[in-house]
Design a protein around this ligand. Sequence first.
Ligand code: SAM
Length: 303
Amino acid sequence: MAPTHHPHASVMLAEVSDALADLEEGVIVDGTVGMGGHSEALLRRTGAGVRLLALDRDPTAIAAAQARLAPFAGRVRFFHRGYEETPDVLREAGEACANRVLLDLGLSSAQLESDRGFSVRADAPLDMRFDSAGPGETAADVLRRVTEAELASRLAEIGQVPAARRLARTLKTRARAGRMRTMGEFREACHEVLGPRVRRMDSAILPAMVLRILVNRELDRLATFLAALPAVLAPGGKAAILCFHSGEDRLVKRAFRSLAATRGWAVPFAKGVKPGAAEVSTNPRARAARMRLIERCPDEEKA
Ligand SMILES: C[S@@+](CC[C@H](N)C(=O)[O-])C[C@H]1O[C@@H](n2cnc3c(N)ncnc32)[C@H](O)[C@@H]1O
C-alpha cells in the first residue's frame, strides 16, 4: 500500500524516536499530537504493551491524528486538551504517571496552510486560535483588548521586533478604528512601520508569531506544564521538548536545569540537540528547532 501523504513533516523524527522509543511497557504522553507523525513513529518502535495518550488543543489535529493512528487504535487514546492539563488527563485515563513525554511546540504545516490566520502570506481573518472551536479570544480580539504599552513590550521581549513601540501604536490605532480584522491589514501595518523585510524575513512574521503566542497563552501553558513535570514523569522516565523560539527554549532550559540540580534527575545534552544539515535543507521549518531532553533516574533512593 502506498504511504498516505501527510502535509506536516515531523521535525527531528529520528532524534525523538531514538530518545523516547526504548520502552516495552508503560505510558507515552504526546502532548502535541498534531498530524500524529511522532506518535506513529513511537508506536511503531515500542512494544505492544505501550499505551499512548495523544493530546492537542486543535480539534482538527485530533481528527487527522485519529485517522493516521487508526492501525494502533487499541493502544491510543485521544484527548482534545492542552498539554498543561497532563496531570488531569493521566488521572482520567487511569494512569498513575507517564514513562515518556513529548512536546513538539509551535505550528503544524496544516495549521499554517489553513484559513485561520496563522500565515502572513494569506489574507485570512485574524483568528490564530489553536482551539478553533473554543471560547478563547481571537487575534483580532487580543489586538483590541491589550494596551499599547503591553503590546509594545511583548513585541520587543518575545519577538525582538524593532520599532516595537511605533508598531504597537499603529496596530492599536487601526484596531480601534476597526481596521485590524484580517492578516492582510496586519501585514500592511507591519510593512508600513518596519519596511517589507526584517532579518531577511517578511517583516510581519515576527509580530505575527508574538500575536499567536499571546492568543494561545503559549508561554503560560508551557510554564504550567514544566512545573507539573515532577508529578507527571515516572522514575526511569524521559521527557523531550522541541522548541522553535528562544522564549520557550529559555523556559525549558531553566526548568530542566533546576530539576537536574536536584537528586534523581539528569539532562544528557546540556545545550540540547539541533537537527542535522540534511533535515534543515529539506524542511526549512526545522531550522529553528532545538530538542531538550530530561531523564528521571530509575530509583531516586540510589541516585
Ligand atoms: C508542531 S505541531 C505537532 C506535530 C506533531 N508532532 C507531528 O509529528 O505531526 C504542534 C501542535 O501542538 C498543538 N498545541 C499547541 N499548543 C498546545 C497545547 N497547549 N496543548 C496541546 N496541544 C497544543 C497545536 O495545535 C499543533 O497541532
